[in-house]
Design a protein around this ligand. Structure first.
Ligand SMILES: NC(=O)CCC(=O)C(=O)O
Length: 259
């Protein structure tokens, strides 16, 4: 399964420009032969949180329209990173997934909000898991800081996810944590991790890529450099079964002790 990771330089607080950029990158991914294209976190506005009232996507309508149109036209699934949304009178950090028929098959609000980046002052927390199926394969998605909570990826794995998508705006100063945690989540759950970060900077942070695709054995199949890029990576889902036969951790778990 060919997956394209879009490591984007998000224009701070400028949704119009970012929508144009994303359309261009999704088209590039499709021209490379990708079946799934993956975007980073908060790609519509970046972390311009004080202007959400003005720039967040109202009910996610612009994002959903873009994804449906492109998915259908290009015959590609879109795991849409996340966008800032306004739903009713509240703001969320929301991931949408569209399938190649143009249907929006999943909508997930980030569950763990990062106080270090002020999210809790602006966003409401989500309360639901994010599981979906693409081409018959069960998958899941979490957003950036959610990665620090191993239970959250585990719960998705226990519910069948074989590929976890983790879009992010993870600053360069903590990039070592990002790399180690991603590899750990892949190894401990024996799943593929597709983690897409951004590059560039905003008034508070700078970002240096290091997007990663990791196999269920923990091998790093690709790591992004510090540049805007669309990278195609081919993953073999069958590898999960081989790894789980070799080290049968899901048979050896002692759930009764974990409470
Ligand atoms: N956007 C985020 O959630 C950043 C997470 C992060 O920087 C960290 O956990 O460290």
């Amino acid at each position: 399964m060919k997956i394209a990771c879009v490591q984007l330089d998000i224009v701070f607080g400028a949704p119009k420009e970012n929508f144009l950029k994303v359309e261009e990158k999704v088209r590039e991914a499709a021209s490379l032969g990708a079946r799934i294209v993956v975007l980073p976190e908060m790609w519509n506005t970046g972390y311009d949180l004080t202007r959400l009232e003005e720039i967040a996507d109202l009910e996610g309508e612009n994002t959903k329209k873009l994804f449906s149109r492109l998915s259908k036209e290009l015959n590609i699934h879109i795991v849409g990173g996340s966008v800032s949304t306004k739903k009713g009178d509240k703001f969320y950090n929301t991931m949408y997934v569209s399938n190649s028929s143009g249907e929006i098959i999943s909508e997930y609000n980030k569950v763990h909000l990062i106080k270090l980046m002020d999210e809790h002052h602006y966003f409401e927390e989500g309360n639901e898991k994010n599981l979906f199926t693409l081409d018959g394969i069960e998958m899941g998605g979490i957003i950036c800081y959610d990665l620090r909570f191993p239970e959250w990826t585990r719960v998705h794995t226990l519910n069948g996810a074989k590929v976890m998508f983790i879009p992010a705006e993870w600053p360069d100063i903590r990039i070592d944590h990002w790399k180690i945690l991603l590899q750990a989540r892949a190894i401990e759950n024996q799943i593929f991790i597709i983690a897409v970060n951004c590059v560039g900077s905003n008034p508070n942070n700078s970002f240096n890529g290091n997007s990663m695709v990791i196999s269920p054995w923990g091998e790093i199949l690709w790591v992004g450099e510090n540049e805007e890029t669309v990278q195609l990576v081919d993953i073999d889902i069958e590898q999960i079964e081989d790894v789980r036969k070799r080290i049968p951790i899901f048979q050896d778990r002692r759930e009764v002790l974990y409470k």
